[in-house]
Design a protein around this ligand. Structure first.
Ligand code: ZN
Length: 286
């Protein structure tokens, strides 16, 4: 990544041979996403969309893990900070009660993920190690997922009393019965099983992950750009006709009822859970 350019110190951007690479660069914190990172990701995607030479975008995480989720405890956690919004939406800072979290997550989580899902160029998530909770959201908004054999996927937030992460695509990413198991148990799903259930496109040995991912990217880069854009829109439209968008709106409301309930009962949005307790709760699954 020597020739990469930082979008912020949390995201790196580079483009070559029709392929833009967007890299999350908080490996020390397993690429936990703070707001600074989500806004930097958005800026990097904007850059890739604006560059006509870019045909395909690879999203990846520096270090051993793709992303361990949203930042719920690093020193750079920035939930109380204002950022210039990317949507025509208002600032969450200083808002009372449940409005703070609701306003923030509409913009930073649900809104951004939907934007990224609709990027008019194909996107590939290159996933190694942890792809947990908020990490799933980043992989799921991509069109294709190439996983290393050591990748694992989990949404353990039911332990917080919350019905899954904000971008509620679970029942579209896997069969509803498997989605229930995935959420109820919160266990780690292996790359092999994720492949079996149709959540990832390819699994590669860790040392060949980049090679496999960029081979797919190179083939996409040779395809007509408009054809790819229209195909992406058509398939996203099918998902929305099947209820993806409306299901997600309902789940987002339940998600926020849970945040508010936690706040009322325990005084904490996350029901007293933190990064450490969540990591310790993680079990191997099927
Ligand atoms: Zn939330």
């Amino acid at each position: 990544m020597e020739d990469g350019q930082p979008v912020a110190d949390v995201v790196q951007y580079e483009a070559a041979n029709g392929v833009a690479t967007v890299t999350m660069t908080r490996p020390k914190y397993r690429n936990a996403q703070n707001s600074k990172m989500t806004y930097a990701l958005d800026a990097a995607f904007r850059r890739a969309v604006d560059d006509d030479a870019v045909k395909v975008i690879v999203l990846r995480g520096a270090g051993d893990h793709f992303s361990a989720g949203h930042d719920i405890g690093t020193p750079e956690r920035d939930v109380n900070q204002s950022f210039p919004r990317v949507h025509l939406w208002y600032d969450h800072v200083g808002k009372p009660g449940g409005e703070f979290q609701y306003a923030r997550e509409q913009e930073v989580y649900l809104g951004m993920c939907r934007r990224w899902r609709e990027i008019p160029k194909p996107t590939i998530a290159m996933v190694q190690g942890a792809c947990v909770a908020g990490g799933l959201m980043l992989a799921w908004v991509c069109d294709l997922i190439v996983a290393a054999d050591n990748a694992f996927f989990a949404d353990p937030v039911v332990r917080m009393g919350i019905p899954g992460v904000e971008y509620f695509a679970h029942a579209f990413e896997m069969h509803p019965r498997i989605a229930k198991e995935f959420l109820f148990l919160g266990e780690r799903m292996s790359a092999a099983r994720a492949y079996d259930v149709g959540m990832v496109n390819r699994v590669a040995p860790l040392d060949r992950l980049a090679e496999e991912t960029y081979a797919v990217a190179a083939r996409l880069a040779e395809m007509p750009g408009l054809g790819l854009t229209l195909t992406k829109q058509a398939i996203n439209h099918v998902e929305d006709l099947r209820g993806k968008r409306t299901a997600m709106d309902a789940a987002f409301a339940w998600h926020h009822f849970a945040h508010a309930h936690n706040q009322l009962v325990s005084g904490d949005l996350l029901a007293g859970q933190n990064a450490r307790s969540m990591a310790q709760s993680q079990r191997e699954g099927q």
